[in-house]
Ligand binder design. Structure first.
Ligand code: ATP
Length: 609
């Protein structure tokens, strides 16, 4: 304890030396020495508290501490050198030799030698303990048809069993939690497993050649949907992976010819699930197709172009009858009058002929057209169920990807396209369509249309150079690949609208289309947002949308999504025009600048050329 002692001797000079004996550069000792000197002047005068402070600073423990401090300081300033010149080499060698001694040591338990009289049929067993948590074990079992053995049928990628690295497809199950599975049905074994809590112990006879998955990862786009709950053939319903049209799947295992293992890229953390192989799904599609009542050309094209064409005719008549006074005042659109919507703008925009889409839908389907279109329309019924895809990032030197807009008539495809081009005409452009009708006095070849003969037009169709076309009032109209290429070669983004059944024609490595589906929002919102919008038909302009028109638009949008949803890269709901435009701009930018999934054939074709 440190105490103040008024009767203590006055400070003597020897003590001071102790402090000065320390390194003169040592600031701490120097300060202490000066403080003590100062205090000593007041010591004899017994100024309040001075004795206490003096004794404190003069105490032996403080001086001892200072001594230690000084020694350390001295030691710090000395440069340390190894005891021997080869100390570093020696220490390295010592470390390596320690490592070798430990590494050579056999840590396996010493087992007694095997007895000589083991029967040859005796099988090696493996005991596997898995701790069951919330997730499934990730393995399926089956009974061997001949022997009745219970075997591990497959181990699901990313599941508990696979992560343990101890269970393989083909392993024979002998016991589960000490219960022999001999003679049991797989369902009974599943029941035992279901009742188990915590750690589950399997006794298995390991398969002689554990399967090795050497296949490369493949990514596919699902061209159809699949619901394991509705598939009586799936080996294990719980292990099934449901998917919808357009989902991108990572195929992680194709060892089984019938059932692959896959994961959705939108959900990479989950363990894989069972999906039918390409071959099996194709067979299922075919069986389903044949089981349906006969419908000549079930594709959307036929319903739109033949039956809907007639429906549309009727509806237009009805609309004429039901139209209110305001509508009756609208003028009939003569062929010569403002045929091009493009003329009303600040500058001329090609490819915006009034009712261009309507004319395509209402056109009488020529036999030529019917024969070509059906391949695309019927494709989804029995086409490839999976399409291999790869990530594609457009390089700055590459041409822009073609932007395709599609949606039910009246949803606003043309409005959005027009707004986009008006927003930046030097960046976005439409392709100039072809026609077989004669040029009018105010038109220019290559501006409104490319005016060609019927023979030329038909040869373009037969050589697959027409992306879409239709017949209207005896004339052919359409957009060619070359017209689109002209825009792309100029370094601009070509934006075109297309009927869904023509989609296969544009899906080429040459154009690498990015398809945006424009969708109506719900009826309530549509009624509100289309309050002042006008339907443009080839009979009347300025006719308001009626509830039936909006309902028809919604129904058609649903049919398009059901039948062609797998081809849509992006979906925009056109409720507020301003928001839809903003979304369109951002989607187009992403399509051109960010990596996207595209058919693998588009990229391999690139390398070939
Ligand atoms: N979000 C919207 N809000 C209000 N009106 C809209 C909206 N989108 C489009 N419209 C209007 O709806 C009408 C039909 O649009 P548009 O002509 O673009 O349809 P479309 O999809 O091209 O169909 P079609 O090819 O049959 O003409 C136009 O008058 C357009 O201005």
């Amino acid at each position: 304890m440190i105490q103040s002692d008024k009767g203590a001797d006055p400070p003597d000079k020897k003590d001071m030396k102790l402090s000065t004996a320390t390194n003169p550069q040592n600031g701490l000792s120097q300060i202490l020495r000066l403080v003590l000197q100062e205090l000593s002047l007041f010591y004899s005068r017994d100024v309040n508290g001075v004795c206490l402070l003096y004794d404190l600073l003069h105490s032996p423990w403080l001086r001892a501490l200072l001594k230690i401090y000084d020694c350390l300081q001295e030691f710090k300033e000395k440069k340390l050198v190894p005891a021997t010149p080869h100390a570093q080499v020696l220490s390295c060698e010592a470390l390596l030799s320690a490592h070798d001694t430990i590494a050579q040591k056999d840590f396996e338990p010493l087992l007694p030698p095997l007895p000589d009289n083991i029967p040859e049929s005796e099988e090696a067993m493996r005991i596997v303990c898995l701790v069951k948590n919330q997730q499934p074990l990730g393995a399926t079992i089956k009974r061997h048809e001949m022997t009745g053995d219970i075997l591990v049928a497959r181990v699901i990628h990313g599941g508990l069993a696979e992560r343990s690295g101890l269970l393989y497809a083909g392993d024979k199950l002998v016991e589960v939690n000490g219960v022999s599975v001999e003679g049991l049905d797989p369902e009974q074994v599943i029941h035992i497993l279901g009742m188990s809590r915590g750690t589950i112990m399997f006794k298995v006879v390991p398969v002689s050649d554990p399967p090795v998955n050497s296949q490369k990862m493949v990514y596919v786009r699902a061209m159809t949907e699949y619901w394991p709950q509705e598939d009586p053939d799936i080996p294990c319903m719980d292990a099934g992976l449901p998917f919808q049209k357009g989902d991108i799947l990572q195929i992680v295992d194709q060892n089984d010819a019938l059932w692959w293992q896959a994961r959705k890229i939108s959900d990479p953390a989950t363990c894989a699930g069972l999906v039918p192989s390409n071959h099996l799904l194709k067979r299922k599609q075919r069986e389903f197709w044949w089981s349906q009542p006969y419908q000549p050309h079930t594709c959307l094209k036929s319903t739109l172009s033949i039956s809907m064409e007639e429906e549309d005719d009727m509806k237009i008549d009805e609309k004429c009858v039901e139209a209110d006074e305001e509508t009756f005042e609208s003028e009939e659109l003569s062929e010569d009058k403002e045929e091009f919507v493009g003329y009303g703008q600040k500058f001329f925009i090609a490819g915006f002929r009034r009712s261009m889409r309507l004319c395509r839908r209402k056109s009488h389907l020529s036999p030529l057209h019917a024969s070509v279109c059906c391949t695309g329309g019927c494709y989804s019924a029995v086409g490839a169920p999976y399409e291999e895809v790869v990530r594609y990032q457009r390089r700055p030197s590459d041409k822009y990807r073609l932007i395709v807009l599609m949606g039910p008539s009246g949803v606003g495809v043309n409005e959005l396209r027009r707004q986009l081009i008006e927003f930046n005409p030097s960046h976005f452009q439409s392709a100039v369509p072809h026609t077989t009708r004669t040029k009018k006095s105010y038109e220019m070849n290559g501006r409104e249309y490319h005016y060609v003969s019927k023979e030329t037009f038909e040869s373009l169709i037969y050589s697959h150079r027409m992306l879409e076309y239709g017949e209207y009032k005896g004339h052919l109209y359409g957009t060619s690949v070359d017209a689109v290429q002209t825009v792309l070669v100029e370094g601009k983004i070509c934006v075109m609208d297309l009927e869904p059944q023509d989609i296969q024609v544009v899906r080429t490595h040459e154009l690498k289309p990015y398809v945006i589906f424009i969708k109506p929002s719900n009826m309530r919102c549509m009624k509100q947002s289309r309050k002042n919008a006008k339907i443009i038909t080839d009979y009347y302009v300025d006719m308001k949308f009626k509830d039936e028109d909006l309902q028809e638009m919604e129904n058609l949008a649903q049919r398009m999504e059901t039948q062609f949803g797998q081809f849509f890269d992006h979906v925009i709901v056109n409720d507020s025009l301003h928001d839809a435009c903003a979304q369109l701009l951002s989607a187009i930018q992403k399509a051109q600048e960010e990596p996207q999934w595209v058919p693998a054939t588009w990229i391999s074709s690139d390398t070939e050329t």
